[in-house]
Design a protein around this ligand. Sequence first.
Ligand code: NI
Length: 181
Amino acid sequence: MSVRPIRLFGDPVLRTPASPVVDFDAELRRLVRDLTDTMVDAPGSGLAAPQLGVGLRVFTYHVDGEIGHLVNPELELSEQTQHGDEGCLSIPDMTFPCTRAEQVTARGFDQHGEPLTMLASDLLARCVQHETDHLDGVLFVDRLDADTRKAAMRAIRAASWAGEPGPVVKQSPHPMFGRGM
Ligand code: NI
């Protein structure tokens, strides 16, 4: 097991666009393993490298019992949208309704550099969009409608973990009912 601390809202690394992976080497495979272990331990539906403080375009997912990863993702979104609650492991213990594309085609690579195409819908599509946003320095609260975003920012400011000097490992189990990413 290689569980690492998850960076929290307010950490500048979460607002920094990540760089494309160039070397598909042992270090990348270690990163995928760390992301997977940390995501499963949280537990969460997805985790992106910047959430571990690593500025590379890699994320993992764990949706409907399936665990996987994608490197250097490029997304194609459906016109059709889905509405549902969403949470983020970097914004612990809260979810807010967030509109996303219902389906997504994600093209990228696996950890060995082999091309990979994912056809995702429902929660997996939501997860892929959420994690790819992380790689662009975008957080799901940026995607909320204005009133919900105001409520979210109020809740974040009031949260016990806000303003912590360093990364904090989340302790509470299953606080987001599988909606944390
Ligand atoms: Ni997240």
